[in-house]
Design a protein around this ligand. Sequence first.
Ligand code: HEC
Ligand code: HEC
Length: 462
Amino acid sequence: MKKLIVCGVFLIGCISFITVTSNDDPVPIPRSQQRFGNADSGYQYIISGDYVKSGLPLNLYQFIFKKEKNNLLDRAGDNSQVRYDFNVVKAVNGESVVVPNCFQCHAQFFDGKLIIGLGNSTGDFTREQKLKPFQKMLLSYLKLKPKKYEAAKDFLTVSLDIGDELFTDIVGANPADRLTALLVSHRDPVTLEWNRKPSVILPEQVIPSDVPAWWLLKKKNAMFYNGFGRGDFGRFLMGSSLLTTKDTVHAKEVDTHMPDVLSYLYTIEAPKYPKGIDEQLAGEGKTIFENNCSRCHGTYGANGQYPNLLIPESIIGTDSLLNKSNYQYSDLIDWYNKSWFSKGDHPATLAPFNGYIAPPLDGVWITAPYFHNGSVPTIEAVLNSKLRPRYWARDFVQGTSSGDSSKYDYEKLGWQYQSLPAPGNKYVYNTMLPGYGNYGHSFGDHLTDAERKAVIEYLKTL
Ligand code: HEC
Ligand code: HEC
């Protein structure tokens, strides 16, 4: 940070010290006040609450999907019959509907076990899914059943209005930022009511992101890769309700549960590395890490400090499309900053920045793929940019229950993958596409192979 002494030529004397942040300096994010509640209630709300209030009628869900046998979350009643990433709730008219919950994106299988809070990198949001005919068929069927139609209508209308603009190019890439932007573009900022025609025209590109782990949030003073989510986190946590909320009455009700949800999120710990660790090598890695990485990623252990820094594009050098486009799209920022969410006694605001937050690295061994767009399959390649594959396909394993997971490489830390000579089908990550670039963050390049190995050993301990 550069301190400038501003001496007024036209003013009398020297007026003040003004701290000016140049475009090239990391910027610390100030803490903001949060609301807390009861963590257990927060978890219950996530796995059974009605933050989304319109969806597929339960009997139709049961007809289309096979009955869930595992009841992975040990839920009671109707919830025990549906997959872990759906809740059964009452629609406004009292009909039971099946709605997506947070675990669509915030839970994933690892080694056959569902890890809550681990970002889902197996979701298929590509165009090949062909949802539209399915939606149309459903709509026609439901029109014959007026009560069920009413219960599903908001959900179906929203998916028909925006479903076509949500596709990513690759399986695992998540379009949630796009989803939020689309929902907002159709909703009135003050009343939150849905308009069939968008009031804001968004840029066409769907920019992918990798879903961040929930256990990192408790260290962060701002939400999202860009750190632009400021103020009350609860207001962002309720983002999913934008899918079907009717008005601010529902929004207010959902908002009352957010202190509980935040308290729950703060209780989640990073999973421990399950294999042996070479303690001596990890100790050497710790010193190298503290000399090369801690200024951005912080220190760990009992007296660990996390600096909460935003790193400008000029320093970080990773793919900047997400920060340039989604986060700085002024219509979207304006919508939010004058909306219902920015009002009241616990407001939230969006404050865009030209770069990304340096994330805490707790549990980083399990959060492959790496960077905000998931463009790098292993930490070995994060630390040595020459090793980053241009086109790559991970090795999938069929999960024991409902989900797939990726084959893990416990040495390179990350996914087992094949590097390919050319782009391929939707399972091949193509780093040449806009928003999918794997460049930048070359902070490990100057280290020797032995030093990088030691850092990797240390990262296993976080
Ligand atoms: C369709 C997928 C999807 C669903 C559903 C979803 N999220 Fe997210 N979530 C994301 C993505 C992607 C990001 C990262 C966006 C970014 O940083 O730009 C994110 C970010 C977050 C973060 C910020 C983490 C951080 O460290 O900055 C939290 C907390 C969060 N989501 C909580 C929730 C909760 C609670 C729910 C359910 C009520 C939910 N999400 C539903 C995809 C989803
Ligand atoms: C100047 C600040 C800075 C330094 C120094 C730095 N990093 Fe980073 N690091 C970042 C930022 C910012 C990101 C997020 C980049 C993105 O997602 O586009 C990041 C991302 C990462 C990730 C990926 C995290 C994830 O979950 O996707 C890893 C791993 C990582 N850094 C490790 C290191 C290591 C090890 C070092 C030291 C050799 C290091 N970093 C040095 C700023 C820094």
